[in-house]
Design a protein around this ligand. Structure first.
Ligand SMILES: *[C@@H]1O[C@H](CO)[C@@H](O)[C@H](O)[C@H]1NC(C)=O
Ligand SMILES: *[C@@H]1O[C@H](CO)[C@@H](O)[C@H](O)[C@H]1NC(C)=O
Length: 409
């Protein structure tokens, strides 16, 4: 009886043993299966990512310009903050110059509308770069909205992005991150870029017309506004009586690369005395800024605190090209001008014909973080200049006819 009983228990425990081994094996099987499922979810994800666009962009839509040379796409990335206030900064660049947006967004401290010219495979890398900027720079994420202009003759094949920068540390220098991405561009595209005529005026119109505020300041990407410009301009503009034909000039300087960016006009003039700042284009093209009258600007900034009007620009001079804040009723940038030469100053020419009054502001300014030097222009640039000069001559006659000018400069 005892024997039988113990035999019975033995049989029972062997059975339990077998069952638990089976359960263990089943458990291992389930775990492996789960792991496998997990990893396949992961690879699916990567596959999907690498075939996904980070931008809100459908290449087959978009808006052509009148000559079907450039196709534009609005709002491919929206700023996290809704545009508010009186004034938006409208800026533009080619892919390789986008780095300046970091300093720009920090200083401006308000909405920014950025148009980028993107050719071929650049579309792939620029998405990675903007992903990096948005992840690492709060001001870019909150204030910058991006638009694209794509050339018909180097139209991207696909809108997918690479997600290559996702593992990068935010301590990386943003200009190094960009140049590393650019190194991966095919050689043929890099060669094409050297001679491509850059459609500056298309980009300026694209950036400005996407500003949701009443006023905008149109600049090039390397033109940095002084600290808190948007906030100061907001206060100034909201207190101004309405003036449909007034525009406000922010004087532009060149600040040497080695100098700490000036925080106010006092610091700027100190840099100037030390030879580390000078008037914009003083070396390369003096006529470009002359009517602004920097001496009066500096005096008025010193004499009275706060943002105010320093003086009016008394008279137009040919080739004047200030950066200014205006309503959107100003003439658009003529998109027949492509490449270098007469792109902005044809627009300013029309502004004077249309009798806009330029007023120079005090205690606010813009600067380029670099001394412009007289380099020998490439042959391609020389050709673009020559073509645009011929067009400018024609343009001036058209303007004289349209605005009934008795003579033109
Ligand atoms: C991306 O999509 C294309 C076309 O649908 C396909 O041929 C290609 O294999 C996909 N690439 C990846 C990495 O999934
Ligand atoms: C300009 O900035 C410097 C340094 O931040 C400061 O000491 C100075 O008071 C400022 N000047 C004016 C006029 O705001």
């Amino acid at each position: 009886m005892r024997l039988v009983k113990s035999f019975g228990i033995n049989r029972f425990s062997t059975f339990i043993h077998h069952v638990s081994v089976l359960l263990l094996l089943y458990n291992i099987y389930l775990t492996l299966k789960l792991l496998k499922a997990n990893s396949s979810i992961k690879t699916d994800c990567i596959k999907e990512n690498s075939n996904t666009s980070f931008f809100h962009l459908t290449l087959s839509t978009g808006r052509w310009d009148s000559r079907r040379m450039v196709k534009t796409y609005d709002n491919v990335i929206l700023a996290d903050q809704k545009q508010s206030g009186m004034v938006c900064l409208a800026t533009q660049c080619s892919v390789d110059r986008l780095t300046s947006i970091v300093e720009l967004a920090n200083n401006w401290n308000g909405p920014i509308s950025t148009a980028i010219y993107v050719a071929g495979e650049e579309l792939y890398y620029i998405q990675d770069y903007i992903r990096f900027l948005r992840r690492c720079y709060q001001s870019v994420r909150q204030t910058v909205t991006f638009h694209l202009a794509l050339p018909a003759n180097k139209f991207p094949q696909s809108s997918q992005s690479g997600f290559e920068t996702d593992q990068l540390s935010c301590h990386q220098d943003p200009s190094v991150v960009l140049s590393n991405l650019m190194k991966q561009l095919p050689e043929s595209l890099r060669r094409w870029k050297i001679r491509m005529p850059y459609p500056q005026n298309h980009l300026r119109n694209l950036a400005r017309l996407n500003c949701q505020t009443h006023y905008s300041l149109v600049t090039d990407i390397d033109i940095i506004p002084s600290i808190n410009s948007a906030v100061l301009l907001n206060n100034f503009l909201s207190e101004r009586p309405k003036c449909l034909k007034c525009v406000y000039v922010l004087p532009t300087y060149e600040v040497h690369k080695s100098a700490i960016p000036p925080k106010n006009v006092t610091e700027l003039t100190k840099l100037k005395s030390a030879g580390l700042a000078r008037y914009f284009h003083m070396e390369v093209f003096k006529l470009n800024q002359m009517p602004t009258n920097f001496v009066m600007f500096e005096k008025s900034s010193k004499k009275h605190e706060g943002l105010h009007i320093s003086h009016k620009v008394p008279k137009y001079q040919l080739y004047y090209e200030p950066f200014y804040v205006s309503l959107n009723n100003v003439p658009s940038y003529d998109e027949r001008f492509i490449g270098y030469g007469y792109t902005r100053n044809s627009q300013v020419y029309e502004m004077f014909a249309a009798k806009y009054q330029f007023e120079v502001l005090a205690n606010i300014f813009t600067f380029q973080h670099n001394f412009a030097s007289q380099k020998k222009k490439s042959n391609y640039r020389e050709m673009q200049y020559a073509e645009n000069l011929a067009l400018f001559t024609k343009f001036k006659k058209e303007i004289a006819a349209r605005y009934l000018l008795s003579h033109y400069l």
